[in-house]
Structure formats: structure tokens, C-alpha cells
Design a protein around this ligand. Structure first.
Ligand code: ZN
Length: 93
């Protein structure tokens, strides 16, 4: 029996990626082929807000060779979102 698993990894797939950077939420398609499959293990930058260091978190399969994913960022995001202290500063009414 042929290893269909291995064959599948050599065929390009498309990730529909949603940027998780607060205020961005840009959706873009990321084509993953044999030549760039390593981006799945690396961090990439959002093409819209330009924030780097995002890693892909697969969210599930949409259809054949088409997947949903989130671009999530690690570490402090104080340049992009208010901190907890700042949130508490606003009146709740
Ligand atoms: Zn973005």
C-alpha cells in the first residue's frame, strides 16, 4: 500500500488565516506548498498590520486542502492593545 500521507504533504494546501492581532483581524490566504511548508513551524508576519512573530494555529478543515487557521502572537502586546490597567481605567457605565 502506498503511503498516501506522505503524498499529501507534497501537495499544496491553502490556509485561510485570520490575524489575531487586536484591531486587525485581517483575513488572508496562505498557500503552503513543498517549497514553503516550513512556515508552519515558524513565525510569520501579518501582511496587513505587519506585526511579526505570529504563528499559525490551525482551526480546522474547511474543505479538501483548505484549512482555517489563526495567526496568533506571543509575548506582550502592549503596543497593540490596552493593558488590563488601562481597561480598568474606563468607566463601566
Ligand atoms: Zn494583522
Amino acid at each position: 500500500m502506498l503511503s498516501s500521507n506522505e503524498a499529501n504533504t507534497k501537495v499544496g494546501v491553502v490556509y485561510r488565516v485570520v490575524c489575531d492581532n487586536p484591531g486587525c483581524n485581517h483575513t488572508f490566504e496562505l498557500h503552503i506548498g513543498p517549497e514553503n511548508s516550513r512556515v508552519l513551524g515558524q513565525t510569520i508576519a501579518c501582511p496587513r498590520c505587519g506585526r511579526g512573530g505570529g504563528s499559525l494555529k490551525p482551526q480546522g478543515k474547511i474543505r479538501d486542502k483548505y484549512f482555517s487557521a489563526k495567526l496568533v502572537f506571543r509575548g506582550p502586546a502592549t503596543d497593540f492593545a490596552p493593558s488590563d490597567d488601562e481597561l480598568n481605567f474606563y468607566p463601566s457605565s
